[in-house]
Each structure stands twice: as structure tokens, then as C-alpha cells.
Design a protein around this ligand. Structure first.
Ligand code: URA
Length: 254
């Protein structure tokens, strides 16, 4: 009953106000609208705070990579790195395979379908060819002896969709991890396979000219070679690949 009375009283009071010419309802306390911040434009302090919060993915990668003091820590840091969208589409983070104490570290491009499924680098057809190639000069990823062993990784730990070439920004944000990977594994010799690896490690492309020529990366003798996936398509290039393997073998024996 009381509610009904209140409702009728409130309505009567409102009608009385309308009769008096009230056209707007106001708060009990006045609002100075010249002082209130506009609701759709952030105040200057909020703008500078949001700019300060914008992150540079390369800096984040560099920080995370530098903090890692072991290969295990680096692998975890890469798996947790949130700024590369390739990670979202990948089944696995493919970090490395083989013997981390090996004299030779091989750097490929990126996992393909098989590598993404199995979480290991170079396990598909190109990987099987890679194993045969290096096996021919007595090197294997399963060897316990560092002198006969290989340590294998890629520039990218995540498979790009449909195996597309990685974009420059994707390579740039993952290079700090690769550099740290090389520092921590500390091989004697680097072998970089294909253009993406040459771009990431030497800052240059043009594998046809670069292959077989020793270069220097992070103070290590570095041999660019044709990528085994290219050799599967272009069998005639196997002759140059064989020459490069013999050159690597000679360097190891020197
Ligand atoms: N190609 C690469 O470059 N890396 C792999 O792991 C597999 C194929």
C-alpha cells in the first residue's frame, strides 16, 4: 500500500513540476561541465601512460633471451614469448635437436608440417636428406661424441601458415633468441641453410652467391649452404652441396 501511495505522490510531484515549466531533471549538487573531462578523449596523463605501456617486441625478446642462462631456460623463454603471432597457429615450439655439445650447429629456416607435429627440427623429407648429407661426412644428430655430432635448430621455432616465408618483423623479433641460442650452445662452426638463415645470421640474402664461402657470425666461422628442401626440388644443385660438405669436413679436420 505504501509503495502505491509513494508512486502516486511521486507522479503528482512530477506533474506539478511540469506544470511549473520544468523541462530538465537535475542532480542535487550542481555539475560544472567546463571542469569535467570529456568522456571520449583520454586525459593527457592517460595518453602518456598508454604510450609508455606500448612494447617493442624486439626489446622484449632481447630481454628474455639475455636473461636465459641455459638452453633449457632459453627454450622456456621462447615458448612463453607472446609477441609473435606464428606461435598461435603452431602446435609446438620447435627448439632444437641433436647434441648441444656438437662442434657443428646447423641453422635451418622454420619448422614445416612434420616438425610442427613432432616438435623436432628437420624430421620431414628435407630433414631426412639433411641426415644423409651430414652422415656422408660422419656427422649425426644422435652422436654422443661432440666431434661426430650435430646440433640443429631453426631461425623460427614456429611453423608459418602454409609454410609461407616469414615476414621481416617476425624474423627480427626472433633473432635475439637465435643469437642467444648460438652463444649458449657455443659451437665451433655454424652451418646456415637457405636464404632465411643467411638473412637472420649474416643480414644478407643470395644463397647462390653466398654458399660455400666462409663468413663470420658472432665470431664463428659460418658456412652458408643450399637448404635441403631446395636440393629436393633441384637435384642438380647437389653437386655444390657435396662440395660444401667436403669443405666443412676439411675445416673440421684442419
Ligand atoms: N626446413 C627447415 O628449415 N627446418 C626444419 O626444421 C624443417 C624444414
Amino acid at each position: 500500500m505504501e509503495t502505491e501511495f509513494d508512486w502516486h505522490s511521486a507522479r503528482a510531484a512530477l506533474e506539478w513540476q511540469m506544470d511549473l515549466g520544468v523541462t530538465e531533471t537535475l542532480l542535487d549538487a550542481p555539475v560544472n561541465r567546463f571542469e569535467a573531462p570529456p568522456t571520449d578523449t583520454p586525459a593527457p596523463a592517460a595518453v602518456s601512460a598508454s604510450v609508455a605501456k606500448e612494447v617493442n617486441p624486439v626489446d622484449v625478446a632481447r630481454g628474455a633471451a639475455t636473461e636465459a642462462t641455459s638452453l633449457g631456460a632459453l627454450s622456456r623463454a621462447m615458448s612463453a614469448y607472446p609477441h609473435c603471432d606464428l606461435r598461435k597457429g603452431a602446435r609446438n615450439t620447435v627448439f632444437a635437436d641433436g647434441n648441444p655439445a656438437a662442434r657443428v650447429m646447423i641453422i635451418g629456416e622454420a619448422p614445416g608440417r612434420d616438425e610442427d607435429r613432432q616438435g623436432q627440427p628437420f624430421v620431414g623429407r628435407a630433414g631426412q636428406l639433411l641426415d644423409r648429407m651430414f652422415g656422408a661426412i660422419g656427422l649425426s644428430r644422435s652422436a654422443a661424441d661432440p666431434a661426430a655430432a650435430l646440433y640443429i635448430t631453426n631461425v623460427l621455432p614456429w611453423r608459418p601458415p602454409q609454410n609461407r616465408d616469414p615476414r621481416a618483423d617476425e624474423i627480427a623479433m626472433l633473432i635475439p633468441f637465435l643469437r642467444r641460442h648460438i652463444e649458449l650452445a657455443d659451437p665451433e662452426i655454424l652451418v646456415i641453410m637457405g636464404n632465411i638463415s643467411c638473412q637472420a645470421v649474416l643480414g644478407r640474402r643470395g644463397i647462390t652467391r653466398l654458399r660455400g664461402q666462409w663468413a663470420d657470425a658472432l665470431g664463428k666461422p659460418t658456412l652458408p649452404m643450399f637448404h635441403p628442401a631446395y636440393l629436393l626440388r633441384q637435384a642438380s644443385a647437389k653437386r655444390e652441396a657435396w662440395a660444401d660438405l667436403l669443405e666443412l669436413n676439411a675445416k673440421l679436420k684442419r
